[in-house]
Design a protein around this ligand. Structure first.
Ligand SMILES: [Zn+2]
Length: 122
């Protein structure tokens, strides 16, 4: 399963299991300790905890989740699609720069031109 990266710092989240205290329920939690962003706790399973995390991160705007060095697929024209490696991001302007993985050319795009996001490619 592809576990989504933290939208704030871009790190891979961690999943932890707790059953330390006597008489307390055992539970799983997934999140980013650096940013203090976590899924709700679940007693079900590790995988369900990670699914909960993915559901949480899915609610963040896609534009917030793209990072430098991510790979995206961009629609350059109605018939032309290319993969780009993101090199610069300007969220306020809604644009980014990327290097074409085929031609190595640097180009500028709007976020609306992305057809496949990094987490859909991994
Ligand atoms: Zn983080």
């Amino acid at each position: 399963m592809n576990i989504f990266k933290c939208p704030f710092c871009g790190k891979q989240p961690e999943t932890h299991y707790y059953n330390e205290e006597e008489g307390h329920d055992e539970f799983w939690i997934t999140g980013c300790p650096d940013c203090d962003l976590f899924s709700g706790i679940t007693a079900a399973s590790k995988e369900i905890s990670q699914n909960d995390w993915n559901a949480l991160i899915s609610r963040f705007p896609s534009i917030m989740r793209v990072r430098i060095n991510d790979k995206v697929e961009v629609r350059e024209s109605s018939t032309l699609y290319h993969y780009f490696r993101v090199t610069e991001i300007d969220i306020n302007a809604g644009i980014f720069m990327g290097t074409c993985l085929k031609t190595d050319e640097l180009e500028q795009f709007k976020f609306e031109e992305i057809v496949t996001w990094p987490w859909e490619l991994e």
